[in-house]
Design a protein around this ligand. Structure first.
Ligand code: GLC
Length: 744
């Protein structure tokens, strides 16, 4: 395919994208050093900087750093490695780049450090269940410190993809279904990875991924097409990316999926036009693994040269693992000279990132062999794990367990150290993980593979702890499931244990919300524990025994059956809202009750909380913000946490709005009898909708709802929107804007 065709194809892929030169002018200029360096570079050296190659595999880091790879480094034809680690080996590799290559440009070393490096912490969906932004920031900070000690500069985290279909295996890596919660978690994690806006002195470069719409994969099938409206794209999937950018994330990663047939890796409109042009983002955009070459399989490129050209034109700076830029962009540029300034822009952004990390001044600043062996931070790991646990059901006060009760602990997952680490475990080791079985030595354990043995153990106990769910390898990348019920012999095991008549506590261990209505029927207590990292067992035991009261809330609703997927609490009312009366035709299934088994924001406590009336600083809503205050009291007998949630609804607007949308939350700790007054300050920009390509504040009323979950509203009020800024006067997605929270 020749130049004309490539340009035509590129134009087809971009709706309102800026023309190459216009797009170029949107960028801020690079430093003098970077500009001077680029002036000296050959095309081969420039394409080298745009190339990231695996230096090993996830399970065999550094294993591919062979002589040929080192020669490429010496020729200056390599910009970055991933799947490498270790202060010593990375210092040695860096030494080759900065002493044996012509221009001595340092390399970037990257890895997926998602929820811990050596100290494996709760997986992201578990941490999101804490609704504790300080906890999320702390987790990223620990991961960054350990990864930096190992010589790494860059992590491919946070994954900020919103997901509303739990069949998609990667929900484990994100913060659930809501763009407001997702945006806050994105900010917290970026701040943890890059504490002072850069990773120059502490931390490592972060990466907001996967841009964009990856979680909307058709059928929940990983990598499948996302066919979503422009409004859903901007109101649901964009906010956490904007928030991550505002928090200072040093890079983005383009997602594998296409949106309506335009692969994100070649999406000039959303990368070049939106991210770079309208948002003004200056960080690195890296492709996902081999994604540039996969543009051929997508069906928009005939050759690797065309694929490379389309990705570059879209604004993808670095080619992860496909070696297509290095292999084909020179030839493409010979035929399309307009690519040359785009190559320079890409190299500028890559070198600017290296400069911001301080690598030109001290290429060995990252990596400390002594610190690399520092002790695991078990105390923080246990604390974060406790805060990530969600009490879903507790009928008859089965929990906390009565002291002295004879326990049976049943289920292989309770003894599966590897599963506690989840997927993407970096250098996390199963031998460092404490399982629930280890943490409850007095409980009689049966792995459940032999159901008769498990039943016998149950019969000898006062109460049964039933560890059920899915092992770590059933969620994560390329782990989508068509049936998110209990795998293996677990359904039979559950029914057999139920038949004993013993009181049961179900301890769920899973990477996604599962469809468990039938399995959990008749089980009085249910604890959602996800995959909690190296201190899983002790943290779960702390909650079971009442040492700590559970305070987590679901970041994603849990369905009754798989067939309800995808689903969200923030759904449209429709003209025939779901109605329990079958005589009325309505938007519901006939063979299952309406809504989730456990809703978004749901989580119980060992205490109880009373909410007072909402007090408003005004009856109107404008740019200055209206203060929404509510007293919350712990009316129970134990100290406990409550996550107070603020939802809004615009009852009448065109386009129609969801029945509720989260716009604020805070996790409070309250002593028995203690009252705290929570004040949310809401602005009109936060209730805007994406209308015809612009953020537009509607007129009329905005209903306020404050409660303990999306389905447990305790207080209501309403405001009138008085100021309506010109549509498009801000580019900030409504759900990305933080609501100020004060506690008195
Ligand atoms: C994978 C994932 C991405 C990860 C990258 C590098 O395919 O999609 O999240 O960061 O490859 O491991």
């Amino acid at each position: 395919m020749n130049r004309r065709d490539v340009i035509a194809a590129a134009a087809m892929l971009a709706g309102s994208a800026m023309a190459p030169m216009a797009f170029a002018q949107a960028l801020a200029g690079p430093s003098k050093r970077v500009k001077a360096l680029i002036g000296e570079m050959t095309l081969a050296e420039k394409l080298g900087q745009m190339t990231q190659i695996p230096g090993g595999r996830q399970r065999a880091l550094n294993s591919r750093l062979d002589a040929a790879m080192l020669d490429r480094v010496r020729r200056g034809e390599m910009g970055s490695f991933l799947h490498v680690a270790g202060a010593e080996p990375l210092h040695a590799l860096q030494r080759v780049a900065v002493t044996e290559s012509r221009l001595k440009i340092p390399l970037l070393f990257a890895m997926d450090v998602i929820h811990g490096y050596r100290t494996t912490l709760p997986v992201p969906i578990a941490l999101a269940s804490s609704w504790d932004l300080k906890a999320a920031e702390r987790a990223a900070r620990i991961a960054a410190e350990e990864a930096r000690a190992a010589g790494l500069h860059w992590t491919f985290a946070p994954m900020v993809d919103i997901a509303r279909d739990a069949r998609w295996g990667r929900v484990v890596e994100g913060a659930g279904e809501d763009p407001y919660l997702g945006s806050r978690m994105a900010v917290a994690r970026v701040k943890g990875f890059e504490p002072d806006g850069t990773a120059r002195r502490v931390g490592i470069l972060s990466c907001a991924k996967h841009f964009v719409g990856y979680g909307a994969a058709a059928g929940g099938r990983d990598y499948d097409s996302a066919d979503i409206s422009d409004r859903t794209l901007h109101e649901v999937y964009m906010p956490p990316f904007y928030a991550a950018m505002q928090a200072g994330t040093g890079s983005f990663m383009a997602s594998f999926n296409d949106i309506g047939g335009v692969p994100m890796t070649a999406h000039r409109d959303l990368i070049g036009g939106m991210l770079r042009g309208r948002w003004g983002y200056q960080g690195i955009m890296v492709s996902d693994w081999n994604a540039i070459r996969e543009l051929i399989k997508h069906g928009i490129a005939d050759t690797p040269a065309m694929a490379a050209s389309l990705a570059l034109r879209a604004g993808v700076d670095m080619d992860m693992a496909s070696d297509t830029y290095a292999g084909y962009l020179a030839a493409a540029a010979a035929d399309q000279p307009e690519l040359l300034p785009m190559i320079d822009q890409a190299v500028e952004r890559i070198l600017a990132a290296k400069e911001r990390l301080g690598l030109f001044d001290d290429p060995y600043a990252f990596g400390d062999a002594a610190q690399e062996k520092s002790p695991l931070d078990r105390r923080t790991a246990r604390d974060l794990a406790q805060r990530s646990i969600v009490l879903l059901r507790n009928e008859g006060g089965v929990l906390p367990l009565k002291a002295g009760a004879k326990l049976a602990l049943i289920g292989a997952l309770a003894d599966d150290a590897s599963t506690t680490l989840g997927s993407w475990r970096a250098r996390g080791l199963p031998e460092n993980a404490v399982t629930l079985r280890t943490a409850l030595p007095s409980a009689e354990f049966a792995d459940g593979k032999d159901i008769a043995k498990a039943v016998a153990a149950a019969k000898r106990a006062d109460i049964v702890l039933l560890a059920i769910g899915e092992d770590y390898d059933l969620s994560g990348e390329a782990r989508s499931r068509s049936d998110i019920g209990l795998p293996g012999n677990q359904p039979a095991l559950v029914e057999a244990i139920k038949a004993t008549g013993k009181p049961i506590v179900a301890v769920l261990m899973n990477g996604r919300p599962m469809a468990l209505e039938a399995a959990l029927k008749g089980i009085p207590a249910v604890l959602e524990t996800w995959f909690l990292g190296i201190e899983s067992g002790p943290a779960i035991a702390d909650i079971l025994t009442g040492k700590v009261s559970p305070g987590g809330k679901l970041p994603m609703g849990m369905p009754r059956v798989t067939g309800q997927m995808p689903m969200t609490y923030a759904h449209q009312a429709t003209g025939r809202p779901a109605n329990p009366d079958f005589a009325i035709d309505s938007a519901r299934y006939r063979d299952v009750d309406i809504g989730p088994l456990f809703p978004f924001g749901h989580g119980l406590s060992y205490s109880r909380f009373e909410y007072g009336a909402i007090e408003l600083s005004a009856q109107t809503l404008g740019a200055a913000g209206t203060r929404i205050t509510i007293p919350v009291t712990n009316s129970g007998a134990v100290e406990a946490d409550e996550v107070v949630q603020l939802y809004i609804r615009i009852p009448r607007a065109i386009p129609a709005r969801a029945v509720k949308e989260l716009r604020g939350f805070v996790r409070l700790t309250l002593a028995p009898g203690q009252t705290k007054r929570v004040t949310f300050t809401l602005t009109n920009a936060q209730v805007a909708a994406w209308v015809e390509g612009a953020w537009t504040v509607p007129g009329g009323r905005v209903e306020l709802m404050v409660g303990s979950s999306s389905d447990d509203i305790r207080a209501r009020a309403a405001l009138n929107i008085i100021e309506r800024p010109r549509p498009g006067s801000t580019v900030a997605p409504a759900a990305s804007i933080e609501t100020k929270v004060e506690i008195a």
